[in-house]
Design a protein around this ligand. Sequence first.
Ligand code: 6PG
Length: 234
Amino acid sequence: MRRIEPFTTLDALHQAAADAFCTLVAEKLARNESVSISLSGGSTPKRLYELLSQRELPWDQIHWFWGDERNVPHDHVESNARMVREALLDRVAVPEANIHCVPVEPDDPASAARRYEQTLKEHFSGQPFPKWDLALLGMGDDAHTASLFPETEALDEKERWFVENWVEKFNAYRYTLTVPAINSAQQSWFLVAGEGKREAVAHVFSEEGKPRLYPSQSIRATCWFMTRDAYPES
Ligand code: 6PG
């Protein structure tokens, strides 16, 4: 059964997600010494990061990873590493050792993907796939998530954790967690807002099994934080 938290406003969605994040971290740290988060790019997740920067969190006990990245340097305006640092990590006392950016190599994305995958395998040593405490996810109006875009090769990957992914419509490589490396998360939350997402949500929520067309369909999310205008008209 899909858990959906419907919100009337975007601000209510973000505040609730920030509250839920703080609760999750507290609960996890009551049992473990650290928490590992997979971060998403996108404007909807970005606002959550900005709100989290205003919260009191045990910053030295949280490890930050990226679920996907663009094939650009970390100081590039399109970089997810830059976005998260500006929205959150540069504003709070996170040890640099807890920040695990994708080691982008614009000229050799395959090498960069394998290096990051190795970083993940060392952090989650002994696990068959990364055991994220939380994977944060956005969803595009084409139903992509992370950088798992419709009809792209990464959608078929069942063994690798993290891969480069050629995206024709951008004429560029992206980096992304694979479907099994997202579904291995203990908690995974979609943050989806706006009527522009309604059609994609309808496809993802429908029984039609077309994950190559609607990649978010492959993700077993534990919760959808959605504004009502993104929800398919009943
Ligand atoms: C990225 C993201 C991507 C994003 C969605 C939703 O690198 O762009 O990882 O998957 O989350 O495109 O973005 P919005 O919330 O801005 O619509």
